[in-house]
Design a protein around this ligand. Structure first.
Ligand SMILES: CC(C)(COP(=O)(O)OP(=O)(O)OC[C@H]1O[C@@H](n2cnc3c(N)ncnc32)[C@H](O)[C@@H]1OP(=O)(O)O)[C@@H](O)C(=O)NCCC(=O)NCCS
Length: 185
């Protein structure tokens, strides 16, 4: 299969505990709460301040991503949280057989392997279904929790890209790691 022409189809993914699903209207308040969390503000480019209008904008970005075929954005939920919104994970495609992952887990779901499981699901889908040849992870230098997640899934650390991340008008150095087919753990 030509990796530049992925078999793009809207899907849900699950490992039995962690589910990557489509948004629901009832997610709105949880998105707002999760995006006001200080760790999310510190390490991601979520708009600030963040309210219902921003969450509605995010829902439109999710739909645009799937419609355009440029980004698969999933909402994370778990059985133990009764399907409640527990964060988001995305796989953005470069159109040349590569992808880049991004993720944030809501504070109420952190620290129990949710992101690691979600990242595994997305990378497995990216390799097996979309036929990607490389998936990239980037984080602001110092985001140890994110780096640990990438590490557990098999990403190989490749170095620092200077001023790579753009966050609310400021550029930050980024840690970069890559995952190739066969390296996923
Ligand atoms: C990064 C994030 C998504 C991790 O979500 P999570 O569901 O808690 O992740 P997991 O439970 O799967 O794994 C987290 C790992 O990081 C470790 N960790 C957590 N905080 C850490 C810290 N400050 N320093 C080092 N390791 C840390 C955990 O111990 C765990 O590793 P372990 O399994 O070896 O114990 C979550 O912390 C988050 O949303 N942070 C804010 C947004 C963000 O940084 N997004 C990533 C942008 S690149």
């Amino acid at each position: 299969m030509d990796p530049s022409e992925p078999r793009w189809e809207r899907v849900e993914l699950s490992d039995g505990r962690v589910r990557l699903r489509a948004p629901r209207d009832s997610d709105l308040d949880d998105i707002v709460a999760a995006c006001q969390d200080p760790e999310a503000v510190r390490w991601t480019s979520v708009p600030q301040p963040y309210g219902p209008a921003e969450a509605e904008g995010f829902l439109r970005i999710v739909e645009d991503g799937w419609t355009s075929g440029r980004a698969a954005i999933f909402f994370i939920s778990t059985a133990e949280h009764d399907g409640r919104y527990c964060g988001a994970i995305d796989l953005r495609l470069d159109g040349e057989g590569g992808g880049e992952v991004g993720f944030a887990v809501a504070p109420w779901a952190r620290g129990s392997g949710v992101c690691t499981a979600a990242l595994r699901l997305v990378c497995r889908w990216g390799f097996d279904t979309l036929g990607l040849g490389r998936i990239e992870w980037l984080a602001h230098v110092g985001n140890d929790a994110s780096r640990r997640v990438a590490d557990k899934v098999g990403f190989v650390y490749e170095g620092v890209q200077r001023a790579k991340c753009h966050q609310r008008g400021v550029r930050y150095d980024a840690w970069v790691a890559g995952l190739l087919p066969g390296e996923l753990r």
